[in-house]
Design a protein around this ligand. Structure first.
Ligand code: AMP
Length: 199
């Protein structure tokens, strides 16, 4: 089922909360592209591009890529035709400055809803360690994982309050099966966007 509305969406939550999986499902439901800055960076690292070389060490250390560079990549991606009718951002914005940059890119027509995927810190570290074993991600050693959680708490968690004040935050419990979490997100988003489930 595809929701009939146009939607500018964001999914936010600690590393390992399952954002990537849910992002794909939300994007499918709303018929919009899922845009993950982490995926864009990883593809560039894999492809050995100039951008990939610039960001590789930063990502391996679990630090954030500088706002200026990240903002430029997102502006470029959002200017592509498939994002005109809406999008689901995953992993961006991640700092207050990036929120302001995105506001400027969207020219006053801000995000419609922000899904906050809530997850317990110990649980997400365990999930990430499992994923590291399965996918062999270079940014997923235990030390780096813990550092990424700290970076999230310091730089990204403040966005929760910001979006809550804007009245667009949809908080969802991220624990459970993929389907259970997807159902919670779907009903939370439907309520927030005013769309009728089942249409
Ligand atoms: P993710 O897959 O979203 O966890 O991103 C993986 C890594 O890419 C992060 O740990 C950062 O190093 C980098 N990254 C992704 N998105 C951003 C962003 N919005 N700002 C800065 N760095 C980012």
């Amino acid at each position: 089922m595809t929701e009939p509305t146009t939607a500018r969406l964001l999914i936010i939550g600690p590393p390992g909360a399952g954002k990537g999986t849910q992002a794909g499902l939300i994007a499918e439901r709303y018929g919009v592209p899922a845009i993950s800055t982490g995926d864009i960076f990883r593809a560039n690292i894999k492809g050995g591009t100039e951008l990939g070389k610039q960001v590789q060490t930063i990502i391996e250390q679990g630090e954030l890529v500088p706002d200026e560079l990240t903002n430029e990549i997102v502006a470029d991606r959002l200017s592509q035709a498939d994002a005109a009718a809406g999008f689901l951002l995953d992993g961006y914005p991640r700092t207050v400055d990036q929120v302001h940059a995105l506001d400027a890119m969207l020219g006053g027509s801000s995000l419609d809803a922000v899904v906050l995927l809530e997850a317990d810190a110990d649980e997400v570290v365990n999930r990430l360690l499992k994923r590291a074993a399965l996918e062999g991600r270079a940014d997923d050693t235990e030390e780096v994982i813990r550092h990424r959680q700290d970076v999230y708490s310091a730089q990204t968690a403040p966005l929760i309050d910001l979006f809550s004040k804007r009245g667009i935050l949809v908080s969802v419990d991220g624990l459970g099966t993929v389907d259970e979490v997807a159902d919670r997100i779907a009903s939370g988003l439907s309520a927030q966007l005013g769309a009728k489930v089942g249409q």
